[in-house]
Design a binder for this molecule. Sequence first.
Ligand code: PEP
Ligand code: MN
Length: 378
Amino acid sequence: MIIEIDRGLADEETLTTVYEILGGAGITPDEVEEIIGERRIILGVKVNLAGLALDDNRIAGVHGVMAVDRISPKYKLASLQWGERTNGGHSKVIIPSPQGEIIIGGDGLVVISGPCSCEDYESMTRIGGLVNAAGAHLMRAGAYKPRTSPYDFQGLRAEARPIIERIMQETGFGFVCEATGIEAAEDLALYASMIQIGARNAQNYDLLKKVAELTANPDDPKHSLPVLLKHSMSPTLDVFLNSAEYILAGGNPNVVLCVRGAQTIEKGDVLRNTAMLEYIPLLKQASHLPVCYDPSHVGRRDLVFDLSLAAVEMGADALIVESHYDPERAKSDGGQTIYAGPLEGRNVSPKQRLDVLIPEVMATYHRRREWEERLHNL
Ligand code: PEP
Ligand code: MN
């Protein structure tokens, strides 16, 4: 951290107060390099600040302080450096499922698919059959739905559990379900294979702490219930990784980061969100956690195929794609949901079918592994 002080503005208290704040975070004066110039005093804090309770804004607010620049990020457990120190680089996350463990960040691409929200048993079993035949590895379905309008379908909530448990048994699929609040998290922790934190809750820190508490396995942290963490509607990389830090610091190392697009000036008429594909390699540079991409919440069924291929090309370890046997009849997000398979009596575009998409993203994934290998050996 570099702290810049204006000598013209500073008084006797300035340095004392700054050192007091640093001392409160456990930083001693001999860990600070002081350069006294004609007009400025520069303090260079030499210790790694990750994980220290140091409030930059308190220092910035001290009379005479001109700028505070944190060179290393505040998050520690989510950083790539942490991954390098503890497991040699990027991490794998294990998802338990009735048909066995699914690994995100391992040697294969993982595709998670299913409807936006959990519907009745008949629809779910039909979708489950198609998603299975298409070659997906896990299913998604929201039991609790965070909807913009209170008049829209809010999810089956607690009533989703027997339906999802039955589909899990019949298909062998593990399920990813979103926790919209503490009550939802408590319910989902009893049966879901992975808990999703959605964009609207990405900065709900009390929920993040509660989810960490509910999912962490203190006896065997690697087998904590995994969390799929999305970023907020208008994110920064730093804020996103600090949200992940809440779960990691709460004792659960099994976090998968999920990029889902951000609200921009396009919000509304053309797109719900813009793609944010560049976040995939950026997150890989900054963090050891695996990265999933959600091509659906950009908001257009006709873009899901191209976005999925691009995301895999850019380094995604997993995709989460909304699909339904008949998206126009889906209870939520039908306009962005692709067909889980061909639909009799309808001329469905192949690019909008999950059973066409999955072999293509798999082939893309293998091509990516090949060129990564070639580049690695150059
Ligand atoms: C969802 O996955 O259906 C969902 C609500 O996602 P997001 O939080 O990205 O809007
Ligand atoms: Mn949705």
